[in-house]
Each structure stands twice: as C-alpha cells, then as structure tokens.
Design a protein around this ligand. Structure first.
Ligand code: F6P
Length: 346
C-alpha cells in the first residue's frame, strides 16, 4: 500500500494544532454525513479499530453534523463495530444538515467537541460534507480528516468514493432482470438511476448493461436522437431497448420523458425508478476493501498530518489531499464512455 504524504501547507494555529504531537490526541470522533453509501460501516470499523490499536478512544456521533450540533456522542469500542462489515447503510446514521452552514451552529458543534475532550474529527461523506469540514477547520483550526463516501463517485481528486461499486453492481443486477422482461414483451424501458449532478453511475451502468442510450443529469434531452437510435435498432430486428436516465435534480423525471416520447413521437416505453435501492445493500468486496483501507489511513492522517485533508485513491494508490479541494467540481462526463456506448449499441 502506498504511503500517505504529509503536506507542508501552513495555517494559522489556534487551540489544537493538527499533527503537532500525536500524543496530544487522546480522543477522536467519527461521523457520517450526507447520503449514506454501502461501505461506510467498513470505514467506521477500520477507523475505530485502528484508533484503539494506537491507544486512542473513539466517539461515534449520531446523524452526522446534526449530532455534532446536538451533542449526540457515543463511546465506541472494538465490539461496537463488530459484525457490521457486511451491513449496508451506516450504524452511526446520517443526515443532511443545513444548520451546519450557519456559524452559530458550527460554534455549538465546536463547543461540544471541546466539552467532550475530543481532539480530532473523522468525517465520512461526499463533497458537501467534506467542504463543511473545511469551513469548520478554517474557523476553529480543529483537526479534521475526510473519507470520501458517496455512491456518486464525484469527489474531486479521488478516482473512487466508497459505495460507488456496490451501487453500480446493484443497478446492473436490476437492469439484467428488466432486460429479460423487456425482451419477452418487446418493450422499451427507461431505467432511472441516482446522480443529482454526477453522470458516473449512469455511464458505468450503461456500458455494463448494453444500454441503447443514456440521459445525463441536468443536460438537455435530445429526444430526436433517442427515437432515431431506437428506430435504427427496430429496423434491424431489435424489439426492446434500455435507456438509462440519471435522475439529476428531479427524481421521477423519467415519467416526463415517457410522456414526451409517447405524445410527440408515438414511442411507447415503461419506467422503472431504481432510486434509493442503489444506496442500500451489503457492500461489494471492492467497497469493503477500499473503505477498510481508507478508514485505517484516516487515523494515521489525523495523527501525523499538519493539514486538514481527505483520503484519496488515485492511480491505484492511497494518499491524501488538502480538504479545500473537496469543493471543486468533479462531474465531467467522460466522452470516451459515451462514444463507447454509442458504438456498442448500433
Ligand atoms: O448521495 C448522493 C445522492 O445519492 C444523489 O445521487 C441523489 O440525487 C441524492 O443523493 C438523493 O438524496 P436524498 O436521499 O437526500 O434524497
């Protein structure tokens, strides 16, 4: 496994200095924030046990930043994280917490950490959650380390975020089943997958299920092309098709597409929304493997790094990045994958 590098970024230091002396860190806390993702439990387990291994006490915070604000802290020991490796969701529960965008609530969160004698915070979550951690660090200079956890795989600087592989596997299994019935009834299906801004699930699932077309999040829908592609297939004897729709910011957008296809082009289709099914379920081996390593590395990082950071997995190596990068947009559509789908669905 690759080594984590330490960064030389300089910040003004206040009460607790990051990585100043690992001996000064006696208690850490861990939370999950934003949309849950399969594999979060593996990261929690690894972080808790790696910390205990180094003689550090761990506190679990319930419901993400909400629990940090409300002081919902619970001691965790090695048994508390037993038998969770295979479980989806997060034993710590998660939430989206708009309050954390306000200074007065972040101050409450900080006060709770100090009150409980906690010197470091591990945050498992997506880009919004990691960006919240950066704001928190800037205000209080409180040591934070992020672990990328999101089925959307859209966190800048890392090729992988925990949960993505399981979500793709779940979608592929579901769509294989839909293919069977689509074939038997000679139907077109619009299958909706998650991805508010991120095209990642739709693209990978599209390739793996031989989709005829992909509708990307928040992009203009080219109805003419969808119809043209389906008609081309029909001409050469194809009688069913699968179109993957990324939900974008409108869950259920597939029904709108279905209506337009019928009204304007007399093209019949069925809709299946996979939605939150993709967020649940037992994590894949890949998610367990990566999450376990990231969880453990987060403890090394909080003990040794002088900067607030998040663990990344890029070019087959683990390392860390300054947490300020987490807010950078990382939702570009890989044109090569789109071309591949077009080529393979002729
Ligand atoms: O976690 C990210 C995500 O999975 C997006 O793909 C999706 O649009 C969103 O969560 C749904 O979030 P919620 O469960 O809060 O509706």
């Amino acid at each position: 496994m690759a080594h984590l590098f330490s960064n030389t970024f300089n910040t003004h230091r206040r009460k607790i200095e990051m990585g100043k002396n690992s001996k000064s860190i006696k208690n850490i806390a861990i939370l999950c924030s934003g949309g849950d993702a399969p594999g979060m439990n593996c990261a929690i387990r690894a972080a808790v046990r790696s910390a205990i291994f180094k003689g550090i006490k761990v506190w679990g915070i319930k419901k993400g930043y909400q629990g940090l604000i409300n002081g919902d802290f619970h001691p965790l020991n090695r048994q508390s994280v037993g038998n969770i490796l295979h479980r989806g969701g997060t034993i710590l529960l998660s939430s989206r917490c708009p309050e954390f965008t306000q200074k007065k609530y972040r101050q409450k969160a900080y006060d709770n950490l100090i009150k409980n004698d906690i010197q470091g915070l591990v945050i498992i979550g997506g880009n919004g959650s990691l960006t919240g951690a950066y704001t928190f660090f800037k205000e209080f200079n409180f040591p934070v380390v992020g672990i990328p956890g999101s089925i959307d795989n859209d966190i800048y600087g890392t090729d992988y975020s925990i949960g993505f592989n399981t979500a793709v596997e779940t979608a592929v299994e579901a769509i294989d089943r839909i293919r069977d019935t689509a074939f038997s009834h000679e139907r077109n299906f619009l299958v909706e997958v998650m991805g508010r801004k991120s095209p990642a699930i739709a693209l990978e699932v599209g390739v793996c299920t031989g989709a005829e077309n992909i509708i990307l999040p928040q992009e203009k829908i080219d109805y003419e092309k969808i119809v043209r592609d389906i008609e081309r297939g029909t001409k050469r004897g194809k009688k069913s098709s699968i179109i993957i729709v990324a939900e974008g910011n409108q869950t259920g957008i597939s029904y709108e597409i279905q209506n337009k296809l019928l009204k304007n082009y007399n093209l019949h289709s069925h809709v299946c929304i996979l939605g939150h099914i993709l967020r649940g379920g037992s994590p894949s081996a890949q998610d367990r493997f990566i999450a376990s390593q990231m969880g453990s590395l987060s403890i090394n990082q909080i003990l040794t790094s002088k900067t607030p950071s998040y663990i990344v997995y890029a070019k087959n190596e683990f390392s860390s990045k300054h947490i300020r990068y987490a807010k950078k947009d990382h939702n570009k559509t890989d044109k090569k994958i789109l071309d591949l789908i077009a080529k393979l669905s002729i």
